[in-house]
Ligand binder design. Sequence first.
Ligand code: COI
Length: 361
Amino acid sequence: MEYTFPVTRTTNPKPRPADETKLGFANYFTDHMFVMDYDEGQGWHDGRVVPHAPFLIEPACMVLHYAQMMFEGMKAYRTPDGHIQIFRPDMNIARMKRTNERMCMPELPGDLFMAALKAVIKEDMDWVPSAPGTALYIRPFIFGDEVSFSVLPAKHYKFMIILSPVGSYYASNDGGLNTARIYVSDNYIRAARGGTGYAKVGGNYGNAMRASEDAMKVHCKDVLWLDAHDNKYVEEIGTSNAFFRINDEIITASLESGTILPGITRDSVIQLCKKWGLKVTEGKLSIDEITEASKNGTLQEIFASGTAAVISPIGCLHYKGVDYPVGDEKVGPVAQKLYDTLYGIQTGTVPDDMGWTVRLF
Ligand code: COI
């Protein structure tokens, strides 16, 4: 189906960030946003591109009380020849479908999603940064905005897309890779079987903030979660999936439990590592195996993967008051190669022989 959306251009364009190398994460928002409504019986309607601005919301609207919402995270990249491309949007569309189903929210057709994305990025194309390590972060989200206190799926929703020029989520000062310290939480959990761990919903992140505060107190950047059942097996890191290289085997938690976010970068890391002939295992890995590997020198690398985090190497784990170094605490060779390859494919400086990029303009 062909979609066209009316555009109301801003009359007051914002100044562009002065220094693309100091964007940080979501400190700036572009001039426009996409908005569309859903009504039961009518479906999705009235898609439009409008100036990015605060909007009115009824205090009794459902999302503010019962958190019926979802979001996605994607990036648009500027290639050296000035084109704008995105990365594996089919994966975001498929995950959005699973999240919406879990949250009893209406399905948003993939072609409508892509048309909306294109329409809003077209207006703000010149906001896509080109400095090393940067991208235009795309945040699509849907929330129930029916006025009701019934704990039932809303009958009215909004779908929106907002855009922000960003650096990496765990930015280093020089745009390159640095290692981070990570706190292993043994008293809070992120997700349990049957819960919303695999879905991209705000509650997964709001629920994590208490443990993040504990992490900050011991100078760690984020939290490595353990499973809810045994409080023993590693799951994921804060805003990203987690990979462990022990004795030349790369291990990450499997998606089978339904408690792990099926990251698009996670899938890309697995595919690239397999293509390079590395041994990759999706399965259970206990925190005790990891601390033991740190002690006996077989823990070579840990890194986080995510759209926002890209590839973020971990230099040290802090668990039950003890620091466990990872390798020589420097950026490991697999993390570095993955970062260079992935970001290279995304920005068009490395040939995309996986067919992952989609050129928008
Ligand atoms: C992303 O990587 O796009 C995310 O959604 C993580 C975000 C919570 C910062």
